[in-house]
Design a protein around this ligand. Structure first.
Ligand SMILES: NC(=O)c1ccc[n+]([C@@H]2O[C@H](COP(=O)([O-])OP(=O)(O)OC[C@H]3O[C@@H](n4cnc5c(N)ncnc54)[C@H](OP(=O)(O)O)[C@@H]3O)[C@@H](O)[C@H]2O)c1
Length: 318
């Protein structure tokens, strides 16, 4: 495993700067939500920009101008279609390079250099980035399957800015993973020339955590969709109800918690030391914490009987 000392901790390349900025923006937004409402001037446009889906219901009344920017929330599937295609292409390019020695296309290599690709410095494992890219692709494929065959969407909406962000998000995440592949010019650098010889204990640990978190996220999405079906599996309404079972017994948004754990499992697969990836994890932490906090507030305001012991995002803590 490479050490912190072996990484260029001080180098703030464009990708790191981007993830840091996103993480800081969501942290600030979360902190603003924690301030008592009376102390801050209400801003419908700001609330409209940070809330989506059911949490828009808990916001101040939405001016007609806000509604002009509504996009159906069921369009979440578009994010995963793009991710499966784009990250599938990146995975294909990496596989081609690793197993057949084919260099990355010029434009892709150029793009990675601009974003801050990892030139081989000693210790980085190509296998780690390869596994993380496989995990990202499988995650997107499962989410796409869920959007089409598991989730029951209501007429909930997202802001067009959130929609556009979602479209570029998985492109950026895939490029971030690929930029962590140790390069030697346009070719991938494989220490020892044999990928399998790079297998380490943290790859197994990361994989187990990825499978475990993914299984729980899937289970939570099934529980949510069952809230809108009868015993025969027929959709009977599109309202929001109180979910029970699995991690819902501890937090209001276990699917967001599972998302965070999926990204942490990738940090483990990178060998714990990858600063760029920890910045991605930090962004996911604050963006999912904000969404979970708003969902929790929504549930508490809508249901008097909402379980008191249930936290928003982190069991027993927050
Ligand atoms: N990595 C990232 O940056 C990122 C960002 C956003 C989301 N995500 C992930 O994407 C997944 C989906 O996110 P999401 O925000 O759409 O999750 P969500 O709000 O929990 O919705 C998931 C599904 O359940 C339905 N639903 C939600 N609450 C319900 C309730 N109380 N009763 C009945 N049905 C309910 C929703 O329908 P309607 O909303 O249509 O009513 C939707 O079909 C999550 O796992 C999340 O972690 C990741």
């Amino acid at each position: 495993m490479a050490t912190w000392a072996g990484t260029e901790v001080s180098a703030l390349n464009p990708l790191r700067a981007l993830w840091l900025t996103l993480a800081a923006t969501f942290l600030l937004t979360l902190l603003l939500q924690l301030v008592p409402p009376g102390l801050l001037p209400g801003c419908a446009f700001f609330q409209d920009l940070i809330r989506y889906g059911k949490t828009k219901e808990g916001a101040p009344p939405r001016p007609a101008a806000c509604r002009a920017f509504d996009v159906p929330k069921r369009y979440f599937s578009h994010f995963y279609i793009i991710s499966v295609l784009w990250n599938g292409f990146l995975l294909w390019s990496l596989t081609h390079s690793l197993f057949m020695g084919a260099p990355f296309p010029n434009w892709l290599h150029g793009l990675l250099r601009i974003l801050g690709t990892a030139q081989f410095r000693g210790g980085e494992l190509a296998l780690s980035a390869f596994l993380v890219l496989v995990f990202l692709w499988l995650h997107s494929l499962r989410r796409l399957f869920e959007c089409f065959y598991v989730s029951v969407f209501s007429n909930a909406v997202i802001h067009v800015v959130q929609y556009c962000f979602g479209l570029v998000y998985y492109i950026l995440v895939g490029l971030t993973v690929l930029s962590q592949v140790p390069m030697d010019g346009r070719n991938v650098y494989v220490i020892g020339k044999n990928l399998l010889m790079q297998a380490r204990w943290f790859h197994i640990l990361g994989m187990m955590m990825f499978i475990w978190s993914s299984a729980h996220q899937y289970k939570c999405h099934v529980i949510l969709s069952n809230l809108r079906k009868n015993k025969a599996g027929v959709v009977i309404h599109c309202n929001h109800r109180i979910p029970f079972g699995d991690w819902f017994e501890y937090v209001s948004s276990p699917n967001y918690l599972a998302e965070l754990m999926i990204y942490i499992s990738m940090a483990i697969t990178f060998g714990f030391y990858n600063l760029t990836w920890w910045l991605v994890v930090t962004y996911v932490f604050f963006s999912q914490a904000l969404a979970a906090f708003l969902s929790h507030e929504f549930y508490k305001s809508k249901f008097i009987s909402y379980p008191k012991h249930r936290k928003a995002f982190l069991p027993f803590l927050f």
